[in-house]
Design a protein around this ligand. Structure first.
Ligand code: S3P
Length: 170
């Protein structure tokens, strides 16, 4: 069975929905960022601070390559994975790519108390969310299934993903 790969901006619920999906499908959940943290023995915030974003992006591609060899898994990714087309091509070789979306104000509310998002550690996080979303929109659209998470519970979103994946016959 193909992997289910969750993409989407920070705060769209990739990790939470990934957990629900993995449980209801009886699959393993692989969190790409958590795998990078394990491999490096460092938190993502420290990787950004000490090694820079470019080094982190290389780690993401390397991990996408490793993870793309799996099957039957639910894979949650970091919000910037879509920025390199190569990453999505790798993850799609054996996976259905799902993009989770939400409006900027919803994301802002969900992320308001988070301290582990280095890209949003700025004076005006809502403006940064809007700016990043606008730039990234075309990259996120490179997906097989797009689902808005705005007013839905993780269980409902997971159910929609399962139904859509079934319709795709995979
Ligand atoms: C990032 C999203 C984060 C993490 C890193 C960069 C991004 O993951 O990979 O801070 O560029 O959007 P989450 O989407 O899981 O927060």
């Amino acid at each position: 069975m193909k992997n289910i790969v969750l993409t989407g901006f920070m705060g769209t619920g990739k990790t939470t929905i990934g957990r629900v999906l993995a449980k209801s499908l009886g699959r393993v959940l692989i969190d790409l960022d958590a795998e990078i943290e394990k491999k490096m023995g460092m938190k993502i915030t420290d990787i950004f601070a000490e090694m820079g974003e470019a080094a982190f992006r290389d780690m993401e591609t390397e991990m996408a390559r490793t993870i793309s060899t799996l099957s039957n898994a639910v894979i949650s990714t970091g919000g910037g994975i879509v920025l390199r087309k190569e990453n999505i091509e790798l993850l799609r070789t054996n996976g259905i790519v799902v993009n989770l979306t939400a409006e900027p104000d919803v994301l802002y509310a969900r992320l308001a108390s988070a301290t582990d998002r280095p890209l949003l550690n700025v004076a005006d996080p809502l403006a940064k969310i809007r700016e990043l979303l606008q730039f990234r929109r075309p990259f996120y659209q490179n997906a097989d299934i797009v689902i808005d998470t705005g007013d839905k519970t993780p269980i409902i979103v997971a159910e929609e993903i399962i139904q859509s994946a079934k319709l795709m016959g995979r």
